[in-house]
Design a protein around this ligand. Structure first.
Ligand SMILES: CC(C)(COP(=O)(O)OP(=O)(O)OC[C@H]1O[C@@H](n2cnc3c(N)ncnc32)[C@H](O)[C@@H]1OP(=O)(O)O)[C@@H](O)C(=O)NCCC(=O)NCCS
Length: 226
């Protein structure tokens, strides 16, 4: 990458590029093609909600006009849920799901509903995020820049906390989150990807508090005045 990498807010026209990156990195940083044959459907389901009212402080990393990665987030689960329902009800969705490819993706969809990601308390950590970079953009600080910019926007908006799901397979991601003081809150062994990964994975839910809850503030004020 010769050109400096620019971090900027997502635009509606980025959806195609962001969806492709989600697919190209959707299996522990490698292509999701192994377990999900239908790329357009994957992209619509995974990134669509962030482009349809569910997203907040979503950013892309761009160099020489090419999008190299993104951070997508939503400030609360209700807003994300409404956007996901919007995607599922879209008239264009059935067109993205020709029977043969969708059939091949069905085992994963069924497993995903059977083995959902662990999540932390939504009241303390109402926001969630996803970050993914193309292989050529990794390891040179772009992830740190995206995450720092995203967290700054969440803090400015007064969001109480943010959570994310990852696995022990995502080594670089774990380092990145550790650098930003995310802490593990929940973990569970999951057989979700076993048919493609060859072994169970350790699913982790990490969280970062961004501001104190009113209750805690009250307690602190009470103890300092006594
Ligand atoms: C995870 C990811 C976003 C990190 O972004 P990145 O630009 O590669 O990471 P950075 O260069 O900003 O480095 C962040 C920290 O992680 C560490 N790190 C980076 N790559 C690493 C690797 N391959 N192994 C271990 N640590 C690594 C660095 O040491 C760095 O900390 P430091 O600079 O303070 O020493 C990126 O690698 C990626 O997209 N990976 C594949 C998809 C993925 O796993 N997404 C997360 C899903 S939960």
């Amino acid at each position: 990458m010769s050109d400096p990498v620019l971090i900027r807010p997502i635009q509606p026209s980025d959806e195609g590029a962001v969806g492709r990156i989600a697919y190209q990195t959707g299996f522990f940083g490698q292509s999701a093609t192994l377990y999900f044959a239908n790329e357009p459907l994957f992209a619509r389901l995974w990134v669509g909600p962030y482009f349809r009212g569910g997203g907040f402080a979503c950013l892309v990393a761009e160099s020489e006009g090419e999008i190299l990665g993104y951070i997508l987030g939503s400030p609360d689960p209700a807003r994300y849920g409404r956007a996901l329902r919007r995607v599922l009800l879209e008239k264009t969705l059935p067109r993205l799901a020709p029977l043969r490819q969708t059939w091949a993706s069905l085992p994963y969809l069924l497993r995903a509903s059977r083995y959902p990601s662990p999540h932390a308390d939504w009241q303390q950590f109402p926001a969630h995020l996803h970050i993914n970079l193309l292989p050529q953009a990794r390891g040179s600080g772009v992830g740190k820049r995206l995450l720092a910019a995203h967290l700054k926007l969440l803090r400015e908006a007064g969001v109480a906390g943010v959570q994310l799901a990852t696995t022990t397979e995502n080594r670089a991601a774990l380092e990145l989150y550790r650098r930003f003081d995310f802490v593990p809150l929940v973990s569970a062994q999951t057989p979700l990807w076993t048919p493609w990964l060859g072994h169970p994975a350790e699913h982790l839910g990490l969280g970062l508090r961004l501001k104190k809850l009113q209750l805690e503030k009250g307690r602190e004020e009470g103890s300092s005045s006594s």
